[in-house]
Design a protein around this ligand. Structure first.
Ligand code: SF4
Length: 437
């Protein structure tokens, strides 16, 4: 069980928001948020991003984009102090767009406008809407307006969706659009369950092809599996697509989500009820053993889907007193936050800073920390088992009974690593100042 340690003097002051006051919230403390937009757009087949910014941003963003496996270069103008001070941003943008259009096999040019171009006054109305018949789509993601990379993904996806979504074709009965960068097996598992109810998955966004964006407008409903796709959901709602909030997470969440999808898709109520009950029974069968009982776990990340994992851990028997995320609070986060707070979570921190996470570590004794790289390193120094949220947890199935069992089994395995970490701390504590054990 968690041991609550009083906050140290000088710590956060408002007891209802215990971690909010202590840290600066102006700076996102992550890689440049625009990375999220680049990730979505660079993966789109035929898209050649043109990034309007200076060379400093270009260097950093090219690095992280390639690090996360984009297989294309980014075209950008040479914008330095001289060009900026002489007011050449517009000309430079137009030249970069022309260069992007001349690349082989290009069918669309997303123009990514960042802090520098936005501050210098890039004018949307002076940009071409297409070049050589290839659509040009402006995506504005300066970090002073878009504070996290998940939210930049949303802005980018909404921009291309707005341009390409099919507004003419009829909605396809029973067809559900999924929104969220999820583990590849998850949409297949969801599709399998939906088909038992008489529905199906139409497509999963962000997709790899413009045709998937067109198709999304034909869905009867859209499910935002991750809670930060507000603009994207808004574009589809304008098109008349019904919206299902939340995700099929854990025993509680999966059954409720399947019923909500059944209603949105107007499926047979009795069949939906039977499938939802089967899913719930399968999940509860696994949860009966309470695989994480007695553990206190911290969840912190910048992916935007941290509350989903926290819910799973709680259903697995863990105490999760603290959850933090880089995204902002919204209607799409409300249900998960309310569920967590009704199940023992004392603090849900949006727009988190590392200072919030460290304050939480001073307040509770955690058996496992699932966090950012920086936080995981800090926890390891203290001998607490910890893993990097993005690379370790986000690469596993998560949804419905099957995803839940896979994720919780993995976390239970992590819990057994405590002796290893304690040995590591003891080893370094015993080391002499010269570094020889
Ligand atoms: S200046 Fe803005 S766009 Fe450039 S790297 Fe920094 S946050 Fe990103």
């Amino acid at each position: 069980m968690a041991e609550i340690i009083p906050l140290t003097p000088g710590g956060a002051s408002d007891p209802s928001e215990p971690f909010k006051e202590s840290a600066c919230k102006l700076h996102p403390q992550t890689m440049c948020p625009a990375f999220g937009a680049l990730r979505v757009l660079a993966r789109l087949e035929g898209a050649q991003p043109a990034m309007i910014t200076d060379t400093g941003c270009l260097y950093g963003l090219t690095f992280v984009t390639h690090f996360y496996a984009a297989r294309k270069s980014i075209v950008a103008p040479a914008l330095g102090t001289a060009e900026l001070s002489s007011g050449k941003v517009q000309e430079a943008a137009t030249a970069a767009i022309a260069e992007a259009a001349s690349e082989p096999n290009v069918s669309v040019i997303p123009v990514i406008s960042l802090c520098v171009a936005e501050t210098a006054g890039l004018a949307e109305e002076l940009l071409p809407s297409s070049i050589d018949g290839k659509p040009v789509v402006l995506v504005r993601v300066p970090a002073y307006a878009i504070h996290s990379h998940p939210e930049a993904k949303d802005i980018a996806l909404a921009a291309v969706l707005r341009r390409f979504v099919d507004r003419e074709r009829a909605h396809e009965p029973g067809a559900l659009v999924l929104v969220g960068e999820v583990f590849p097996a998850d949409p297949l598992i969801i599709d399998g369950v939906l088909r038992k109810m008489g529905g199906r998955v139409l497509t999963t966004l962000p997709g790899r092809h413009v045709d998937e964006l067109r198709l999304a407008g034909c869905g009867a409903a859209v499910a935002a599996l991750h809670p930060f796709y507000r603009e994207t959901v808004g574009v589809l709602r304008e098109r008349g697509v019904g919206v299902v909030a939340g995700a099929p997470i854990g025993a509680d969440g999966s059954a409720a989500w399947l019923r909500a999808v059944g209603t949105a898709l107007e499926l047979d109520e009795a069949v939906v009820e039977q499938v939802a009950a089967e899913e719930e029974a399968a999940a509860r069968g696994f949860l009966a053993s309470q695989p994480l009982k007695g553990a206190t776990i911290m969840v912190s990340g910048y992916e935007g889907n941290e509350m989903l994992y926290a819910r799973l851990l709680v259903e697995g028997g863990a105490h999760v007193p603290y959850v933090s995320t880089s995204i902002g609070q919204s209607m799409l986060t409300a249900a998960d936050e309310a569920w967590l707070k009704a199940h023992g979570t004392e603090a849900v921190v949006y727009r988190k800073a590392i200072e919030d996470d460290k304050a939480a570590m001073a307040r509770w004794r955690f058996d496992l920390v699932i966090g950012t790289t920086t936080l995981a390193a800090y926890a390891k120094e203290l001998g607490i088992p910890s893993v990097y949220y993005t690379n370790i947890l986000s690469v596993r199935p998560l949804f419905l009974a099957g995803g839940m069992i896979a994720s919780l089994s993995f976390v239970r395995e992590l819990m057994n690593r405590r002796p290893l970490y304690e040995r590591m701390v003891a080893f370094f504590a015993d080391a002499d100042p010269g570094g020889t054990p």
